[in-house]
Write a protein that binds this ligand. Structure first.
Ligand code: SF4
Length: 455
């Protein structure tokens, strides 16, 4: 497996191999699915749209809807205005969504289509909404695309109305699973907080099988709620890469105060989210949450000896792996490599702060890194565990290292769309996943005389 990956590392400037990211529009498509009765639309050639739908379908094992402007060579030369105009007419007459959320591909961005102008000229039926985000694939990653679509939801929909303060907190959950969004909502409800969350893909990409196909499932944030987010007290942006641009835009547009926090993975980040919500609303922690937190601490103590000093490589999307790095340190593990494919200097700084606070010195942090480079590092100085998406399974097999699948995409396991990794409950699930991976390996490989019933 991966026999062509040499141990010797050469500094690469022009070549990426096995990237730890994908392109912007898929993130924008995922964000758009978090609006109620929304059809994401890809303005470009149809290959991008098929690929992004396919990838999301493989990850969620649910139908993922999206339409495309289906550019031809002619559109590339003369622009995609007629494709999009005709596309919108067809979409509303055939598929009848309440909202169309348009993202762009590298093709329409390169030829310079003015999507805003095309939408303004198009005949949008009464009561229907069209929003658009610029998502050039040659900048950032799928997380940038998610962030850009969230920002467009704010800039094109949210309004502050005089004397209409709603007393609510906005929660921008970031690029997390539908199960995570549901768990964040459950925590907010436990704290008796009135909130508006968007985007919210729970019950959109993890629908029940009722025997009947629903093109627009019941989930997703309504347009009315997104508009009303301009009247809220404050915004909690969870994960700076995915959510802070939207929160800052809302502050500028509607004077809603933003608070940027880590994605609530692990005990510290969940505590920070809970405390921030309570400070804003003056409420108190519910008994149920107190019990959950206590159970998590109990579990952390119970398994500490399995985790102590274990070296781990973490790769994937910046918001997720930042919080995960902090959590594995709390479990007694040592992050050895932390790699994201998404560009942005802020990540390096934030990770370094977490590592310095824990006095961990020899961890390699790499932005715009790839899995080929990670494999080479592991060949030179191995780790005990890999944490990241499915693409790490090749390294896991080649080097006989257990892999815990967290992040996007997970194409070869199930559960992530139904069971959270955020919050205290999610942290308990993470501990179970990590422990099982470690101990299964010990059971399979230890000497017979060391094979233990109780571990
Ligand atoms: S990189 Fe460009 S061409 Fe490729 S899928 Fe993304 S948007 Fe489409």
């Amino acid at each position: 497996m991966l026999n062509a990956t040499p141990k010797d590392q050469i500094e690469r400037t022009g070549l990426t191999i096995n990237p730890a990211k994908t392109c912007q529009p898929i993130g924008a498509m995922y964000a758009a699915l978090g609006i109620n009765k929304c059809l994401p639309h890809s303005h470009g050639s149809q290959g991008c749209c098929s690929f992004h739908r396919m990838h999301l379908t493989r990850h969620y094992r649910d139908p993922i809807i999206a339409s495309t402007s289906s550019f031809t060579e002619g559109s590339c030369v003369f622009g995609g205005k007629s494709n999009l105009t005709q596309g919108l007419t067809n979409i509303f007459s055939i598929y009848n969504p309440d909202v169309v959320a348009i993202n762009t591909t590298c093709l329409s961005e390169t030829i310079g289509d003015d999507v805003g102008e095309i939408v303004r000229d198009a005949k949008v039926p009464e009561g229907k909404t069209v929003i658009y985000a610029s998502t050039p694939s040659y900048q950032g990653s799928h997380i940038t695309g998610f962030s850009n679509m969230c920002k467009s939801m704010v800039s094109q929909l949210a309004v502050k109305e005089e004397d209409k303060a709603n007393g609510k907190i906005n929660i921008f959950p970031g690029f997390v699973e539908p199960s995570d969004m549901k768990e964040i909502k459950r925590i907010a409800k436990e704290l008796k907080i009135e909130f508006i969350m968007y985007p919210d893909t729970s019950e959109v990409v993890n629908t029940p099988n009722t025997g009947k196909y629903e093109m627009y499932p019941s989930g997703g944030t309504t347009i009315a709620d997104i508009k009303d987010s301009g009247n809220s007290i404050a915004t909690l942006a969870l994960g700076s890469y995915a959510s802070q641009d939207a929160a800052f835009t809302l502050e500028k547009q509607c004077e809603v105060v933003p608070y940027v926090l880590k994605t609530p993975i692990g005990i510290k980040a969940t505590d920070a989210m809970v405390m921030n919500l309570l400070e804003l609303t003056g409420g108190s922690v519910s008994k149920e949450l107190e019990i959950e937190r206590g159970q998590l601490v109990d579990l952390m103590v119970d398994i500490h000896h399995h985790y102590h000093n274990k070296k781990v490589a973490i790769y994937g999307d910046p918001d997720i792996i930042l919080a995960l790095t902090e959590f594995v340190i709390d479990l007694g593990m040592v992050p050895k490599y932390v790699i994201t494919g998404t560009p942005g200097k802020a990540f390096e700084k934030e990770i370094k702060e977490v590592l310095e606070a824990a006095e961990i010195k020899d961890c390699i942090v790499k932005i715009e890194g790839d899995l080929f480079g990670l494999h080479q590092m592991i060949k030179n100085d191995p780790v005990d565990m890999l944490i990241g998406n499915t693409y790490g399974k090749y390294i896991a097999r080649a080097e006989n290292i257990p892999l815990v699948r967290i992040g996007f995409p997970i194409l070869d396991r199930v559960g992530h769309s139904f069971f959270p990794t955020v919050g205290y409950k999610g942290a308990m699930r993470l501990i179970e996943k990590i422990s099982t991976a470690f101990l299964d390996k010990v059971d399979m490989e230890c000497l017979e005389e060391d094979f233990e019933l109780v571990m």
